[in-house]
Design a protein around this ligand. Structure first.
Ligand SMILES: Cc1cc2nc3c(=O)[nH]c(=O)nc-3n(C[C@H](O)[C@H](O)[C@H](O)COP(=O)(O)OP(=O)(O)OC[C@H]3O[C@@H](n4cnc5c(N)ncnc54)[C@H](O)[C@@H]3O)c2cc1C
Length: 287
């Protein structure tokens, strides 16, 4: 048995499955409970053109599979898997092919572009900005911990692109990113307030109860309807909170990652929060 096969039962707490069928079964269950989904065929940090082409083709096959399913889901992907790191123009063209296919086939053709390490942020935003002008059905993730993000939020509000706001999952130096949880929360709320006031259907991506409660208050105080934004949470994290938000009348979208290339994603989940490893181990025993 390979390490990959051995470790997958652990990763399963956060990864919906290795196949599309398994991921769709998870999405159907979420939909039945009033949750929307954004499905992510895992993969990142590709270093060769033929691997980036394979990522594009895998996404085209994914879109065909989704088109045959009644699942209420859109897509998320990472540009480093499409070759952003070494051939940004070709990566941009690959994204265009995916956006065209999604628009032709899917009920919800929106494709969210995840944000990666800070070295990739300028190129990612340049590509998403260009793609948005042509397709409208895409939007970036912005990370509240980066010093540059207030300017990026302003730019995306001016552009009219949908933003997913998260704290940021990559280790970044002090010169580039806020380090303390308090400072990150303060910046997150300032940016969420801007997006809720002037942004296009923002996605509030966090499991942080302090932020979620504060965002509810901001929305209430500013008369932002529950249909004008959505909360987003990760598959396997606070499923109780996901359902409680739906029961309280909020829109909730769950990020549902799947595929065989889950190792880096799983590593980020357990390094950002030690308890996640405990949850994964408990899930092995059905608890
Ligand atoms: C939908 C979605 C998409 C994302 N996309 C990106 C992306 O494109 N790029 C990127 O860099 N990052 C992304 N992230 C990750 C994000 O940047 C954070 O690393 C991650 O969400 C952890 O921050 P947090 O605010 O959720 O919770 P934390 O800051 O880790 O914790 C704050 C509090 O939240 C609660 N909490 C958090 N996790 C758990 C848990 N497992 N179980 C119980 N309680 C918990 C606890 O009360 C904790 O004290 C995404 C996150 C989400 C939800």
């Amino acid at each position: 048995m390979s390490i990959q096969q051995w470790a997958f039962p652990l990763a399963r707490r956060f990864v919906a499955g290795e196949s599309l069928e398994e991921a769709l079964a998870v999405v159907r269950q979420l939909n039945a409970e009033g949750l929307r989904a954004t499905i992510d065929l895992l993969g990142e940090d590709v270093h060769e053109g033929r691997d980036a082409d394979r990522t594009r083709n895998d996404h085209l096959a994914l879109i065909e599979g989704l088109a045959r399913s009644p699942a209420d889901t859109n897509l998320s992907l990472k540009l480093s898997a499409l070759g952003l790191g070494f051939e940004p123009d070709v990566a941009s063209a690959r994204l265009g092919t995916i956006l065209t296919a999604a628009q032709a086939a899917l009920r919800d053709p929106f494709v969210r572009v995840d944000m990666e390490g800070s070295a990739l942020v300028p190129a990612t935003l340049a590509i998403v900005t260009r793609a948005f002008s042509a397709y409208r059905t895409t939007g970036p993730v912005l990370q509240a911990y980066l010093h540059r993000t207030p300017d990026d939020v302003a730019a995306m509000i001016a552009l009219g692109a949908r933003v997913r706001l998260c704290k940021g999952a990559y280790k970044e130096p002090e010169a580039i990113a806020l380090q303390s949880m308090h400072a990150i929360r303060v910046q997150y709320l300032a940016l969420a307030t801007k997006l809720l006031s002037g942004g296009a259907y923002p996605a509030i991506a966090t499991h942080d109860p302090l932020l979620i409660e504060a965002v509810k208050r901001i929305a209430r105080d500013r008369d932002v309807g529950a249909d004008a934004f959505e909360f987003q949470l990760l598959y396997g994290v606070r499923p109780d909170l996901q359902r409680a938000l739906v029961a309280a009348g909020y829109r909730v979208r769950v990020y549902v990652p799947f595929g065989t290339r889950w190792a880096q994603y799983f590593r980020r989940r357990i390094t950002e929060r030690r308890e996640n490893l405990i949850f994964a181990i408990r899930s092995l025993f059905g608890r």
